[in-house]
Write a protein that binds this ligand. Structure first.
Ligand code: GRF
Length: 199
């Protein structure tokens, strides 16, 4: 059974999509071994607890050892795959090197648009609306030492509609793209890792 770590900072709707995909068998032979948050009290932690998934809070604010503590927890948990699901932190090289092609991220735009430093959360959708694009979407990609620059695994487009606000657009991108392509990408990677394990 593959072990997945899901890293969160907020509401955890992408975490929920992964939990649902495991329960319904869309993701096979894998379990979420740990849900890690960099903040106390976020709703994603409640979602995990509600499904008896172990949780860990490693506070980032004013914590110079944050990256070391995170790395230690991920190594101790012996995870095969790390999913950044709305995780508002950038990894240092030592974490990326410890898990080559085993860390993925979901970004709420069609990379290379509206991504990189400063593009997170609602800011991404604000930028898309300011620019006036008619199509946006979401991207799942591997994490390397660039911000949102790693190899793309999956993308899905979503229409921008007249009258959209950043919040309305964010919700549509989550429902019509993120919650679909993230579980699909995880299922695909798990299959690859399982095959590799059998070789
Ligand atoms: C998502 O839009 C994700 O793409 C972004 O942060 C948001 C997290 O949402 N990086 P949730 O916590 O999964 O509900």
């Amino acid at each position: 059974m593959l072990k997945i770590a899901v890293l969160v900072s907020g509401g955890g709707t992408n975490l929920q999509a992964l939990i649902d995909a495991i329960q319904s068998g869309k993701i096979n032979n894998a379990k979420i071994a740990t849900v890690v948050s960099n903040k106390e009290g976020v709703y994603a932690l409640e979602r995990a607890k509600g499904h008896n998934i172990p949780t860990k809070v490693i506070v980032k604010k004013n914590n110079p050892d944050f990256q070391d503590q995170l790395l230690e927890h991920l190594l101790e948990s012996k995870v095969d795959l790390i999913v950044l699901a709305g995780f508002m932190c950038i990894f240092e090289e030592k974490i990326i090197k410890a898990f080559p092609r085993r860390i993925i991220n979901i970004h709420p735009s069609l990379i290379p648009s509206f991504c990189g430093m400063g593009y997170y959360g609602l800011k991404v959708h604000e930028a898309a609306l300011d620019y006036g694009v008619k199509v946006t979407g979401a991207t799942v990609h591997y994490v390397d030492n660039t911000v949102d620059g790693g190899e793309i695994i999956a993308q899905k487009a979503v229409e921008v509609l007249p009258g959209d606000t950043p919040r309305i657009l964010q919700k549509r991108v989550m429902e019509q793209a993120e919650h679909i392509i993230l579980p699909q990408a995880v299922a695909q990677i798990c299959e690859r890792l399982q095959k590799k394990g059998r070789e």
